[in-house]
Design a protein around this ligand. Structure first.
Ligand code: B1M
Length: 211
């Protein structure tokens, strides 16, 4: 097994210390940082995402794999920047105003990072104007909005309206999700996309920036 394959394999198993050591070894052997990222860390995280979608692994496994990815990224990040490897795009993400649930939102953020996005987490109880200013300040291509309550999902409409009425409308796509959210609701409020789970959210974000 090659070194990058070992990185992917250990990431899938959530072995943070091994991933960190293998990334250090790969850098010491002068493997290109972009190759370590794409064929090691992101490849491993992508497999975890696919397994999560098929219910072959669950939230704890994803969290453990994400922790291993972060351990590898901490070593790799400075070298990626030095090598001029850019993230796919920036995504800002937050839980909608009035809503304090963040476990699903955090999983989506991890999957986005695992797919190669730079993620800016705006936190919970985020008002619509903060989604707009956060996306503007960070030049985001994707705005991710999460809601877990039927009473707060209606606040997603204001996010969509304020983004569409702003100067960032042409550049930033609004993606929504969360347990009570559906494709029909997404269509109704005019959001750019809906994803039912964290792995699908990463796929959707890639489609949205490519569109
Ligand atoms: Co809350 N809560 N809660 N709660 N809570 C629910 C959501 C509820 C269904 C429980 C129930 O009654 N059966 C219910 C909502 C009912 C409804 O509106 N339909 C509920 C309620 C009523 C409340 C309070 C009002 C309770 C009260 O105080 N009376 C209160 C509200 C507080 C507030 O937000 N203002 C409240 C509070 C809390 C806690 C603080 C105690 C805690 C949150 C802790 C935290 O998040 N840090 C909590 C929890 C943990 C839950 C349950 C048990 C679990 C939610 C969770 O984390 N699931 C939940 C019941 C349940 O779901 N079984 C419940 C795991 C997580 C991985 O899944 O968030 O669905 P989920 O995310 C998924 C997908 O939805 C999707 O991807 C994720 C991974 O695949 N996804 C996205 C999520 N965001 C996405 C964004 C995307 C795309 C996909 O694009 C941007």
């Amino acid at each position: 097994m090659t070194l990058v394959e070992q990185i992917a394999e250990n990431l899938m198993k959530g072995k943070a210390n091994d991933v960190k050591a293998l990334v250090e070894k790969a850098l010491a052997e002068n493997l290109p940082p972009g190759k370590i990222l794409n064929e090691g860390l992101l490849a491993g995280m992508s497999v975890v995402g696919e397994r999560f979608k098929k219910n072959e692994v669950y939230v704890p496994e994803v969290l453990i794999a994400a922790r291993a990815m972060k351990a590898g990224m901490a070593v790799l990040q400075p070298r990626l920047a030095a090598a001029g490897v850019e993230p796919l795009a920036t995504a800002v993400i937050g839980t909608v105003k009035g809503d304090l649930h963040d476990i699903g939102k955090n999983l989506v953020a991890m999957m986005l990072e695992g797919a190669g996005f730079k993620v800016v987490d705006l936190g919970i109880d985020v008002p619509p104007e903060k989604f707009v200013s956060g996306a503007r300040d960070n030049k985001a291509g994707v705005i991710g909005v999460s809601a877990l309550l039927t009473t707060t999902m209606t606040n997603m409409k204001a996010v969509v309206e304020q983004v569409k009425a702003s100067d960032i409308a042409a550049r930033a796509k609004v993606m929504i999700g969360g347990a009570p959210v559906t494709q029909a609701f997404c269509d109704e409020i005019g959001a750019d996309g809906y994803a039912p789970d964290a792995a699908s959210a990463a796929d959707l974000a890639k489609q949205l920036i490519a569109a």
